[in-house]
Ligand binder design. Structure first.
Ligand SMILES: *Cc1c(COP(=O)(O)O)cnc(C)c1O
Length: 240
């Protein structure tokens, strides 16, 4: 079994190398550990090794895991597709949501965010690959969604997120990260105060960092193989 403390150190070293190779500071990049399918004990082990930010994709799974970790002040990020009947419990249990891709979901999260909690930190998920199966707002609709979200109470717009195409073609991946970066810079030029470009996973974090990522979401490189395949992976496997 993978020793989490050492894989965490190895990933941090990889982030630092990727940053330095493009003259960025390693501390400009925040590490989120994607813990979907991993049991609470693995999350605790990563916490004990110094990791404080974790991302979950499935509400039911996350809610089942959280009680066993309630003694730890973990910063939970929701990074999976959002159904509108799930917004209440997402707004109650997470600090960040990376996967806002439509007005209806943003409105509901704003309404559902408890007054007793700080504003919910939001990234808009952009469909940079144009794949019909992918979540995310179309690139040409990002500006309108940002204009809507920034005016909602109880939410704070922090930036953009994307999951590029699962491909071994690094040039294609790079162009999709680059597109997200351009959209991010465009919004900042329009006056939005954004600081988060959430992109890069186990396989492609180095390219994402070269293209400007400020947050990478890393699962398998730190926690080891997932316990079961997620729907997106099942679909990709079936298509191969
Ligand atoms: C699973 C997942 C990750 C992490 O993927 P790995 O390849 O395991 O590093 C990052 N972001 C999202 C949205 C995910 O679903």
């Amino acid at each position: 079994m993978i020793i989490i403390a050492s894989s965490l150190q190895a990933v941090k070293a990889r982030i630092a190398r990727a940053a330095q190779s493009v003259d960025r500071q390693p501390d400009e990049i925040t590490l989120l550990v994607a813990s979907k399918t991993q049991p609470a004990e693995r999350v605790r082990e990563a916490w004990l090794a110094g990791q404080t930010i974790f991302g979950e994709n499935y509400l039911q799974e996350a809610l089942a895991k959280m009680p066993a970790l309630a003694d730890l002040p973990i910063e939970w990020h929701f990074i999976g597709p959002i159904q509108s009947n799930k917004t209440k419990r997402i707004a109650e249990n997470f600090s960040w949501v990376h996967s806002v891709d439509r007005v209806k979901i943003a409105d509901r999260l704003a309404k559902d965010r408890p007054e007793s909690l700080p504003p919910l930190q939001i990234c808009l998920q952009v469909n940079v690959s144009g794949e019909a199966s992918k979540s995310g707002v179309a690139p040409e609709e990002v500006a309108a969604l940002a204009a809507h979200v920034v005016r909602l109470p109880r939410l704070r717009l922090r930036g953009l997120m994307a999951v590029p195409e699962l491909t071994t073609a690094t040039a294609l991946q790079r162009s999709q990260f680059h597109m997200l970066r351009e959209l991010f810079d465009g919004l900042k030029r329009d006056g939005y105060e954004l600081d988060t470009l959430s992109m890069g996973m186990s396989e492609d974090m180095d390219i994402a960092i070269a293209e400007g990522a400020t947050m990478v979401r890393v699962g398998t490189a730190i926690l080891g193989p997932r316990r079961y395949l997620i729907p997106e992976e099942l679909a990709a496997r079936a298509a191969r």
